[in-house]
Write a protein that binds this ligand. Structure first.
Ligand SMILES: Cc1cc2nc3c(=O)[nH]c(=O)nc-3n(C[C@H](O)[C@H](O)[C@H](O)COP(=O)(O)O)c2cc1C
Length: 364
């Protein structure tokens, strides 16, 4: 049933402008009776950040920016959903066109620029489903013209702690000018101090809400040293590695579209994002868990991400090319790997290849 739903949807969506297709996909998930995926095998379950995940495959931030369809996505078989990025106030984002498919590369370039309905609208939706179960995290960002960007993050953590399974601090979108500067050591330390203080204050009334930091795959390794050092010192609950890249790998085939400004995601991002994940894993030394994102488009890619250091994985771009059936295919492949290796839990794979990946030549 999911297969038929998926094939029809993909045919239709590929005929449209990418942003219109995305809008239609959200509308379909809102109104169509979404078929329910079967129960997950227990061996796929993970306990991470103090939360129970039925499987490790998450919908990455950016697909459901305004929390319109988290429950439909959970029904379809995702182990968790990250909604957002949301900003405190509504904002339109950059002018269209701002979303591009690189069909020959199975990549996507976006320069959406945090188009968000704002905190009030999203808070209403999350509050309405707060008792529905499932892991639904929220990814937060600053308004483009905010005078105090750190205050925007603090404000959103305070407001959303009670209705979100976790909160991701997104300082890695390339499409809000200056946002990535928050990754610089002195600024990041102040941001994380205030964010973690907000988390701890909110915990007194709302219970614990893990706070994760999402970084860019474009950081220099010396900057990654600083970022991980601060994340450890400030006691964040985890990191997501990572966001889209502003780099353009040499082997891209759709060279015309590749010149569009914005963040590249999908298959061409996999080597860089996986290398940065492994580099992060060896620096974190098991102090907190990592979510791996960037170019996952198969069961093999998902397992490689876990072996590079991810306790959980997220994907978005490959769904455009492979459809929602990819989620079930990844879960089946992970189970097959467990069976073949005689393992009982995916936790045994986490980081198994991290050290050897960091010794490889840097991905071109
Ligand atoms: C169209 C689009 C919009 C995105 N919007 C966001 C966003 O709002 N916040 C965020 O943290 N990441 C955003 N991302 C990045 C994804 O969450 C993910 O980190 C990245 O795309 C790598 O995963 P993928 O290769 O599986 O797509 C977006 C990605 C795409 C393709």
């Amino acid at each position: 049933m999911i297969g038929l739903f998926d094939r029809l949807a993909r045919l239709l969506l590929h005929a449209l402008d990418p942003e219109d297709a995305h809008g239609l996909a959200i509308r379909m998930l809102r109104i169509a009776p979404v078929p329910k995926a079967g129960h997950d095998d227990r061996r796929l379950a993970m306990r991470v950040f103090g939360l129970n995940f039925p499987n490790p495959v998450g919908m990455a931030a950016g697909f459901d920016k305004n929390a319109e369809v988290p429950d439909a996505l959970l029904r379809l078989g995702f182990g968790f959903v990250e909604v957002g990025t949301i900003t405190p106030l509504p904002q339109a984002g950059n002018p269209r066109p701002r979303l591009f498919r690189l069909d020959a590369d199975e990549g996507v370039i976006n320069r959406l620029g945090f188009n968000s309905q704002g905190a009030d609208a999203v808070l209403r939706r999350l509050a309405a489903r707060a008792h529905s179960g499932g892991v639904v995290g929220i990814n937060v960002g600053a308004n483009k013209d905010a005078l105090d960007r750190v205050a925007d993050y603090v404000h959103l953590i305070e407001r959303f702690a009670a209705v979100a399974s976790y909160v991701t601090v997104n300082i890695s979108s390339p499409n809000t000018p200056g946002l990535r500067d928050l990754q610089a050591a002195a600024v990041l330390d102040e941001l994380m101090a205030r964010v973690i203080d907000a988390r701890d204050r909110a915990a007194r009334s709302a219970g614990p809400t893990p706070v994760l930091l999402k970084i860019a795959p474009d950081l220099a390794l010396s900057d990654l040293d600083d970022v991980v050092g601060i994340a450890r010192a400030r006691r964040v609950d985890g990191m997501i590695v990572g966001n889209t890249t502003v780099s353009r790998p040499q082997r891209l085939r759709d060279v015309a579209t590749a010149t569009e400004a914005g963040g590249l995601s999908g298959r061409p991002l996999f080597p860089l994002a996986t290398r940065m994940l492994a580099e992060t894993y060896v620096r974190v030394e098991g102090v907190f868990p990592l979510i791996g994102a960037g170019g996952i488009d198969s069961g093999a890619a998902a397992l490689a991400k876990i072996r590079a250091g991810a306790s959980l994985i997220q994907l978005y771009s490959a769904l455009v090319f492979r459809g929602l059936g990819l989620v079930a295919a990844i879960k089946a492949a992970l189970l097959a790997a467990l069976q073949c290796d005689g393992q009982t839990s995916l936790a045994d794979y986490v980081g198994a290849d991290a050290a050897s990946i960091t010794a490889e030549p840097w991905p071109a």
